[in-house]
Design a protein around this ligand. Structure first.
Ligand SMILES: [Zn+2]
Length: 819
């Protein structure tokens, strides 16, 4: 067991995704005022949620839901009504028995996830430390390899995307300029590292590459033995460096180097040479007193490191760039007081951020994002392209007309209910199916701009009600909540359902997974206040109290992930407003599952959706939920299993790594649907072989909702460190076309007995953007804002402030420059 101790205190804090922390989220207790039947239904719902999360690779949520399922199932026999139910041996009782039969499977899967999550944490930690050691072994020679210029070695095709992304993350955070990232340091001779390294020599050259600076600040760890005989890594003392950021103050505030004391000397102060150090001190006293204090102590530091945006060298006599002139003026001002000449970080902020990634950047607390917006736009390095939806890759080839029908056995209960209560159409409204046998994407679509005349958008700005706009006050770190609420408020179909009070008829008082309407009502009242526009900004404190009663994490002062909040809120509203009072208890038997496997995917998907709808019927399902197909194939016997899971949002991976300057949303989708190999500890338990087997897994879209939430997975939790992937992702604001990701439409004339026609879906699947959440900084200290659209106008929402925005602003990848 390896533990890292940093400067006397234990730095090995468990991440939020550690199983020990996840266990704390299992908090559903027996409340006898809910019937035993409702608990059995709740257990089945929880199992469904666990499988939904599991299919999308959200192991943390899957783990919590599996454990909660087990916990609910285990307290069912303690319920007062249990003896009576047991006597009755009715359908609910049999459903419970069926659930209990699946307990070994649930336990096995949750144990496997627990092992995987725990292993991930330790594996990453060890990996990261050894990567740092490697970096030091090779980086401290300061060979001057230019970070970011090197080309990453191509990978073998055999590894899984998971492995690859894991290693990428390690590289992103810990390995500046390591020529061969996979190389491990040679084992140290025993005893060699026991003595602390003597203080390091101060560099004598005027320019320092990123890796050398890193090595000076983080000289790495020594292995020693603690009192209990365990191996401990102890941080070596580094050089005491003062980082002098020579960029405009607002740029510095938005993000500067992390890892040592730093001050900002605005180049504006250095325009008229010569400059005295006292002028600089006075200017700092006015703008940033804490920095002034550090700056006055500059002679006490081992090293002064200057950097600007990307200057690589001091100027040569007679040939100074404007940036070099500024730096020269600063050196001349500082030099007389210092023992060692200041050094220049080669390539400046730009090289550092590319090499170290977001973990190496920090923002000044309280820095305002509008400044950042300015920064992003002013930065001459970033040129942005207005995005054009990528050309459809293929045309549709509908399958030949077939007389296959969905077997009646899969349709017990006779089709899904219609959803008059929410007034939400079940599909993005499409034209009647084209009568020609081959459906083609209209050429006008790929020619950008023009839209095919026929398809009616679900979200057509002109037909929408104008939303009411109010800012939301921040109670300290509640920007994640505010940004999410603004996006939901801009979701007209949901907002109107809540504001007009239609939700009241749907409140489910019998669902132990819900809040008996408390959450839904608080949400509705908040939306009413926001839409009334009586105040420039609104305090969502009643809403926050309501949500805090059911998820204390969201009432505390800590920053949370807006995506987690969105998922929790929509899930809570769904459970509060689920019209299904008593879940149908029939689960799929093996024979039915086999039958489903043999159906064409379009029909299997419809049948599964119908069954899902009979258990889940709410405004949230109508508006936000789609369906994923998860296909697993055993590489030993070839057995293929297809399961269908509802989803609330698509969590897409973001391509990253050095040299990845930007990505298109389509690339994220391509990664999402890419085949993955399940192997080793993650092997699939093949139902035919009846043992864990190497298998392929492929996710695909089976059904798209009217409102599509796309979540870019930018946070990577690795042990105690959370990294953010900052690759900008380009997305179209109108006409996002997902048709190519969907199975081809059923040919006209296909008999789909017992399925309401609204249940089948037809291309094209086009989406217009109307709300975006932006995130600046890291998970624990970042800032969230939102841009929303009402009719054809865009607004930027930053807590209590709302300002008119435009498409150009939105197109700029706001997350490129983090912090
Ligand atoms: Zn098999």
């Amino acid at each position: 067991m390896l533990a890292a101790a940093e400067q006397g205190h234990d730095a090995r804090t468990l991440s939020p995704s550690h199983p020990a922390n996840l266990r704390k989220q299992v908090r559903l207790h027996l409340d006898p005022s809910f019937s035993v039947k409702s608990y059995i239904g709740a257990a089945a719902t929880l199992l469904e949620k666990a499988q939904m999360a599991d299919a999308q690779g959200n192991l943390e949520a899957a783990f919590v839901h599996y454990l909660t399922t087990a916990s609910v199932a285990s307290f069912v026999p303690k319920h007062a009504e249990w003896p009576e139910l047991k006597k009755s041996r009715d359908a609910t009782f049999l459903a419970y028995q069926e659930l209990m039969n699946r307990t070994p499977e649930i336990v096995q899967r949750s144990q496997a996830i627990e092992a995987e999550l725990a292993a991930r944490e330790e594996h990453d930690e060890v990996d990261e430390l050894s990567a740092r050691l490697t970096a030091l072994g090779e980086g401290s020679d300061a060979k001057g390899t230019e970070v970011g210029d090197e080309v990453r070695s191509s990978r073998s095709g055999s590894e899984t995307p998971k492995d690859a992304s894991r290693r990428d993350a390690v590289q992103d955070v810990a390995v500046p300029a390591v020529p061969s990232p996979r190389k491990r340091p040679p084992p140290r001779p025993p005893g060699e590292a026991d003595a602390p390294t003597p203080s390091m020599p101060v560099p004598d050259g005027p320019v320092l590459p990123v890796d050398a600076l890193w090595a000076y600040m983080y000289p790495g760890f020594d292995r020693t033995t603690d009192k209990a005989g365990g191996e401990v890594l102890v941080k070596r003392p580094g050089l005491h460096a003062l980082l002098v950021d020579v960029r405009p103050r607002h740029v510095y505030d938005a993000g500067h180097l992390r890892g040592a004391d730093s001050v900002c000397i605005d180049p504006a102060l250095l325009r008229n040479a010569p400059v005295s150090p006292f002028e600089l001190e006075e200017a700092l006293d006015r703008s940033a007193p804490s920095e002034a204090a550090r700056f006055k102590q500059r002679a006490a530091y081992d090293l002064l490191v200057l950097y600007d945006e990307r200057t690589r060298a001091f100027g040569n006599a007679g040939a100074f760039t404007p940036e070099q002139t500024v730096l020269d003026t600063l050196v001349r001002a500082l030099r007389p007081d210092l023992l060692h000449a200041p050094v220049l970080l080669r390539g400046g902020y730009d090289s550092w951020s590319r090499a170290v990634g977001d973990a190496g950047i920090v923002a000044t607390p309280g820095a305002t994002p509008p400044d950042l917006l300015e920064t992003v736009r002013q930065s001459r390095h970033n040129t942005y392209h207005v995005n054009v939806p990528s050309k459809p890759q293929r045309t549709y080839q509908p399958p030949r007309p077939t007389s296959r029908e969905i077997p009646a056995s899969l349709l017990s209960g006779g089709g899904a209910p219609e959803h008059a209560h929410t007034g939400i159409a079940q599909v993005p409204q499409a034209t009647p199916a084209p009568s020609s046998s081959v459906y083609r994407i209209p050429a006008s679509l790929s020619a950008a701009g023009q839209r095919p005349a026929a398809p009616r958008r679900f979200l057509d700005a002109r037909h929408e009600v104008r939303i009411g706009l109010s800012g939301l006050r921040n109670f300290g770190n509640t920007c994640y909540m505010n940004a999410t609420l603004q996006c939901l408020s801009a979701t007209v179909v949901l907002s109107r359902y809540m504001i007009e009070g239609r939700y009241k008829k749907a409140i489910n008082l019998h669902n132990p997974l819900g809040t008996r309407g408390v959450l839904a009502s608080a949400f509705a009242h908040l939306l009413q206040t926001m839409w009334s526009q009586q105040h420039a900004s609104v305090s969502p404190h009643v809403f926050r109290q309501a949500i805090g009663r059911f998820a204390p994490a969201f009432s505390g002062g800590e920053q949370q992930d807006s995506q987690e909040f969105l998922t929790f809120l929509l899930d809570g509203i769904h459970e509060d407003l689920n019209l299904v009072q008593q879940r149908p208890t029939t689960e799929l038997g093996d024979a039915q599952q086999e039958e489903l496997n043999r159906l064409p995917p379009q029909l299997a998907s419809i049948a599964e959706w119908g069954m899902y709808r009979r258990r889940n019927d709410s405004v949230v399902v109508d508006a936000f939920q789609g369906q994923l197909r998860n296909q697993l194939q055993c590489l030993t016997c070839g057995y293929t299993s297809r399961t269908y899971n509802a989803f609330l949002s698509l969590s897409l991976p973001v391509p990253h790594g050095r040299g990845m300057t930007q990505a298109a949303l389509q690339q994220c989708l391509d990664m999402f649907v890419r085949e993955e190999i399940l192997d080793k500890s993650n092997a699939w338990r093949c139902p035919k072989c009846k043992k864990p087997r190497r298998a392929t897994k492929r996710l695909s879209l089976a059904r798209l909702p009217p409102i599509l939430v796309v979540h870019l997975k930018r946070f990577m939790i690795k042990g105690p460190v959370t990294n953010k992937i900052s690759t900008p992702v380009m997305f179209p604001t109108t006409g996002l076309d997902l048709s190519n990701y969907m199975p081809p439409p059923l040919p006209p004339g296909t008999a789909v007995q017992g399925i309401p026609s609204s249940e089948s879906q037809r291309p094209p699947y086009l989406y217009d953007l109307y709300a975006v959440t932006h995130h600046f900084g890291c998970l624990t200290s970042g800032h969230y804002t939102a841009t929303i659209r009402t009719q054809d106008d865009w607004f930027y929402c930053d807590d209590s402030r709302i300002a008119r925005s435009d498409l150009a602003q939105l197109q700029a990848p706001l997350w490129r420059r983090t912090m």
